[in-house]
Design a binder for this molecule. Structure first.
Ligand SMILES: *[C@@H]1O[C@H](CO)[C@@H](O)[C@H](O)[C@H]1NC(C)=O
Ligand SMILES: *[C@@H]1O[C@H](CO)[C@@H](O)[C@H](O)[C@H]1NC(C)=O
Ligand SMILES: *[C@@H]1O[C@H](CO)[C@@H](O)[C@H](O)[C@H]1NC(C)=O
Ligand SMILES: *[C@@H]1O[C@H](CO)[C@@H](O)[C@H](O)[C@H]1NC(C)=O
Ligand SMILES: *[C@@H]1O[C@H](CO)[C@@H](O)[C@H](O)[C@H]1NC(C)=O
Ligand SMILES: *[C@@H]1O[C@H](CO)[C@@H](O)[C@H](O)[C@H]1NC(C)=O
Length: 490
């Protein structure tokens, strides 16, 4: 579920951070000798406590969590010291991972500690997706494995080898940036820069070739890349359809076959009744092989998003659209016609929101033909999110695929630590806003505005560095607006 919005669910990797003396961070400065002493003590302790870990001095080898591939025991602390002859450096490849997550890996984790003259770099991993290759910068590297008292998994298995500093490499599928950092394919061109040099987002046009874009014709079609052959993995396409004022857009699917999944969180087509993917009505999210119904916008704009993950690919879809004059339009049976000519889905009638410009859909709602008015907003019951500037939310949360407040509360617990950092004043509102989106009977359900998320990211990343965490949200997926009707501001 986190896959879309939350960077730290992506593959459970907490991005490495340099904690060098002189960063101005009040990090305890320790001399190299002190570090080694501490490390030696830590290793001795770990060996006594758990009889796991060890010292590895061959030029290549492998190691794994205790009992792998069986479940690792709880309350473990293992440490391995990998030492290769300088000037060679250590390359580590974790080939399988099953460690309680998600990021920021607060419970169980495997941590690679790279000691260089500039300081130590910690890289933490957890989750169920094996991380990309780690090219360290040192000939001595510490790897620690920690488990807490609850939930365990199959642990990990890793290989290491000595390489020359000029020979940093990544596995075949991986992408290399920052002269030696490896990324999984899923992180490349995902709209979220993972590399300092930003090369992972720099050459994406070929990847999204023939996919998405502005469409302004009175009719046309859109199809998934390669259709009717299988669409490529990790695809993100966004089509912005606009027709003349006084017209609406009708979208009809001709072919439709996407990976099937209950809540369409892997591969899906999402249709928005608005100029962007931000706030505004979502006409639906579709996946599987059942054709979506014909969809009609309420105005001259519609936005269609196609997302494919790294898994199963199917033949995709082909859809045609056309502009229909508001005056000519006849609403299909089961739809309601506003006096302005717009057609509405029956379920929008008497739902407490004015969907027709003149509010005709909310008049005469006493008629027994329509279900009685029930607000789709509900009072926030999650304690952590009470006392904010808003007190109503709505479920399901379509953006994060959360069914109800109880599920949101469980997920939110993992962000408690982040909120306690107090690095950004409206941070609690932001995090709550993502999980328990603001609902107002007049304005609909709103995600937080992108600018809030970006400011928080900027202000908090330094504090997060201290804990070797990376910013967990992909702000680029939030609406880029300052309009309180389109997204929520603190
Ligand atoms: C190794 O050093 C390079 C350049 O100084 C840096 O960008 C990179 O993050 C370092 N890698 C690790 C694992 O510390
Ligand atoms: C962008 O990607 C294409 C296709 O993989 C490649 O041929 C091209 O050299 C790349 N361009 C840059 C600037 O990296
Ligand atoms: C999609 O459908 C349109 C209209 O039927 C057709 O002209 C077009 O070639 C189709 N595109 C693909 C990729 O199948
Ligand atoms: C797509 O639809 C067309 C007819 O509209 C049909 O001829 C074609 O076989 C379909 N392609 C796939 C892959 O289902
Ligand atoms: C309710 O009934 C009145 C008269 O019976 C009718 O004019 C009106 O359109 C109905 N309301 C709705 C929302 O259909
Ligand atoms: C919710 O907030 C509104 C105004 O912000 C306030 O009038 C109302 O009493 C609050 N409701 C609850 C249950 O706290």
């Amino acid at each position: 579920m986190f896959v879309r919005l939350l960077g730290w669910g992506l593959f459970g990797v907490c991005v490495m951070r340099l904690r060098a003396p002189g960063c101005g961070w009040g990090v305890v400065l320790v001399t190299a000798a002190g570090l080694l002493l501490l490390a030696a003590l830590g290793l001795a302790l770990a060996l006594i406590l758990t009889r796991c870990g060890g010292v590895l001095t061959d030029s290549e080898g492998s190691f794994s969590s205790p009992n792998h591939p069986g479940s690792y025991p709880s309350n473990m602390l293992c440490a391995w010291v990998i030492r290769v002859p300088p000037p060679s450096i250590v390359q580590i490849h974790i080939s399988s991972l099953g460690v309680e997550g998600p990021s920021p890996c607060l419970f169980d984790w495997i941590e690679v500690q790279d000691q260089t003259e500039q300081g130590s770099v910690f890289t933490r991993f957890c989750g169920n997706v094996a991380p990309p290759t780690v090219n360290t910068n040192s000939s001595t590297v510490w790897v620690t494995f920690h488990s807490d008292g609850s939930i365990s998994g199959t642990g990990f298995t890793a290989q290491y080898r000595a390489i020359l500093p000029g020979h940093k490499s990544c596995s075949r599928e991986e992408f290399m940036c920052d002269s030696g950092r490896c990324l999984l394919p899923v992180s490349v061109c995902d709209g979220h820069p993972n590399c300092h040099d930003q090369t992972d987002e720099a050459n994406c046009s070929h990847k999204h070739k023939e996919c998405g874009g502005q469409k302004t014709g009175q009719y046309g079609y859109l199809s998934s890349p390669n259709h009717p052959r299988p669409y490529p993995h990790q695809q993100l396409c966004i089509w912005y359809l606009s027709v003349e004022e006084g017209h609406v857009i009708t979208l009809s699917f001709r072919n439709f076959s996407l990976e099937t999944q209950d809540v369409c969180e892997f591969d899906y087509v999402e249709v928005h009744d608005s100029v962007s993917t931000g706030a505004g009505r979502v006409l639906g999210r579709f996946c599987g092989t059942t054709f979506p119904p014909d969809l009609t916008s309420s105005g001259p704009h519609m936005t269609v998003v196609f997302v494919a993950d790294e898994g199963v690919a199917d033949s995709g879809f082909n859809a045609t659209y056309q502009a229909v004059s508001v005056l000519d339009r006849t609403c299909s049976p089961g739809q309601f016609a506003c006096t302005t000519g717009e057609c509405l889905q029956q379920q929008w009638l008497c739902d407490g929101w004015n969907d027709c410009p003149d509010g005709a859909d909310e008049q005469g709602c006493g008629n027994s033909t329509y279900p009685p008015f029930t607000s789709s907003c509900e009072i926030i019951e999650v304690e952590m999110c009470q006392g904010l500037s808003y007190n109503l939310t709505s479920f399901p949360n379509i953006w994060l695929s959360i069914a109800d407040q109880r599920e949101a509360a469980t997920l939110l617990r993992q962000y408690q630590v982040l909120i306690e950092l107090a690095c950004f004043e409206p941070l609690r509102k932001l995090v709550c806003g993502l999980f328990l989106p603001q609902c107002s009977p007049q304005g609909g359900v709103l995600q937080p505005c992108r600018s809030i998320c970006s400011s928080a990211e900027q202000q908090c990343s330094q504090a997060l560095d201290l804990f070797s965490f990376s910013w967990p949200f992909n702000c680029h997926l939030l609406p880029d607006s300052q309009d309180p009707m389109e997204c929520s501001l603190p």
